[in-house]
Design a protein around this ligand. Structure first.
Ligand SMILES: Cc1ncc(COP(=O)(O)O)c(C=O)c1O
Length: 441
């Protein structure tokens, strides 16, 4: 039996309709922006393997940090114990995070980073003597697949089957592309309900899975102001936007604001190992200190602060500095901006938008949303061109690791243009002639 046959007997893949999905592609190796398949093909990782990879695959510096740590300590529980990688990573994070975020609570992934934030905010108010029963979250929000994260996320294919089990949040209008400064709606919600609201949770500057929707910094600034005025906590979910993706180390910096709690994961370990971090202010931390043990934050995971993940996280931050990653993202962004201006002329492009290392193209299609057929068709078309792009329905986006070279960017953008141009003249994505532009390798 080959690997795919063995896979099909025992595995169940994420976000995959196993009845109709094509067989998974066995990947044997990764290097730089490339993923190498068992059958000799290679794919440029145009979505940074679900937005986690920033320095490229199997980076020698990160490999060395991981190997070193594995030889010293692979794991220990984190209640009653501590270790150097956890402390070092927390110190490095606190040094670069927006001002005031000083207490790092580790978990396992982006969803758990959000769960921790929601629970922390909720119990903060309880510990302060008041019960705040709900949260404000935004239209098109996506915060993860666990129950709290799903409740905060807007209704979508991901959450629909579970709607009856989700706690209610107050859903604020998101600032869409036509009218980005819709803070009035949020203001009204806060004015009416602030005594009941534990926190506002927001994806700063960029709503990812909801459709790569980019906001203006003004909106974020105003949300911070409103939270201050109505004495409500602000949770910034920077699981996607953290570590340079929007052109700043953290997206909150665009608006020069500090949230009360920030959620981090994905690029935290540069795509090596699952790790989440929820970082809170000293005020929040202090509210959990008490002689009354019931005020303890009773949350944890077996792998909390896993030393291997923390060691790679610390090494990744070192590499980030050494390699001037923010400059790299600025360079990528220039290229993306020029491309967006050109591509938006095409009649099948609704909007081309960019922020930092993200280029998103909203395609006009018969149906939109995550389940729009065109997404699957584009995915296959780009795989045939040796590029991994996984559109969110009719939203095609390119979000490569920061180490991508200029010629690789140009090549991918050329392929995207080629496919979209053909889309403009054809009704269907099938049978697009592949012009076989020279590969950058
Ligand atoms: C903003 C945001 N929050 C949370 C998550 C959930 O992260 P994870 O998939 O690691 O659970 C994601 C994942 O895409 C995300 O984009």
């Amino acid at each position: 039996m080959n690997l795919v046959e063995r896979d099909r007997k025992v595995l169940w893949h994420p976000y995959t309709q196993e009845k109709t999905a094509p067989p998974p592609i066995p990947i044997t190796r990764g290097e730089g922006v490339w993923l190498f398949a068992e059958d000799g093909r290679k794919f440029l990782d145009g979505i940074s393997s679900w937005w986690v990879n920033i320095h490229g695959h199997s980076h020698p510096f990160l490999n060395a940090a991981l190997a070193k740590q594995a030889n010293e300590l692979e794991h220990t529980m984190f209640a009653g114990f501590t270790h150097k990688p956890a402390v070092e990573l927390a110190e490095k994070l606190v040094a670069i995070l927006p001002k005031g975020l000083t207490r790092v609570f580790y978990s396992d992934n982006g969803s758990t980073a959000v769960e921790v934030a929601l629970k922390m905010a909720y119990q903060f108010w309880l510990n302060c003597g008041s019960e705040r029963r709900t949260f404000v979250a935004f239209e098109n929000a996506y915060h993860g697949d666990t129950f709290g994260a799903m409740a905060a996320s807007d209704e979508s294919s991901f959450t629909k089957p579970f709607q009856n089990l989700l706690f209610k949040v107050l859903r604020a209008q998101s600032p869409d592309n036509c009218e980005r400064k819709k803070t009035k709606a949020v203001e009204e919600i806060l004015e009416k309900n602030h005594r009941e609201i534990a926190a506002v949770i927001i994806e700063p500057m960029l709503q990812g899975a909801g459709g790569m929707i980019i906001w203006e910094a003004e909106f974020l600034k105003k949300i911070r102001e409103l939270c201050n005025n109505f004495n409500v906590l602000l949770i910034a979910d920077e699981v996607l936007t953290g570590f340079g993706r929007t052109g700043k180390m953290f997206a909150c910096e665009h608006a020069d604001i500090s949230p009360d709690i920030i959620c981090l994961s994905k690029a935290l370990t540069a795509g090596y190992l699952p790790l989440g971090a929820t970082v809170a202010t000293e005020e929040i931390y202090q509210a959990f200190l008490s002689d009354d043990r019931r005020k303890t934050f009773f949350h944890g995971h077996s792998y909390t602060a896993n030393p291997l993940a923390c060691a790679v996280g610390a090494a990744s931050l070192e590499l980030f500095k050494r390699e001037n990653c923010l400059e790299k993202v600025a360079f990528i962004n220039q290229k993306f901006n020029r491309f967006a201006a050109k591509i938006s002329e095409l009649n099948c492009v609704g909007e081309a938008r960019t922020i930092g290392g993200v280029s998103a193209i909203e395609l006009v299609s018969e149906n939109s949303g995550y389940l729009a057929d065109i997404g699957q068709q584009l995915y296959q078309e780009f795989l045939a061109r040796d590029i991994l792009l996984r559109p969110l329905g009719n939203i095609l986006y390119f979000m490569p690791p920061y180490i991508i070279s200029e010629s690789e960017i140009d090549w991918v953008l050329g392929e995207i243009e080629d496919v979209i141009k053909t889309l403009s003249t054809k009704k269907h994505i099938k049978n697009i002639p592949n012009t076989s532009r020279p590969r950058p390798y």
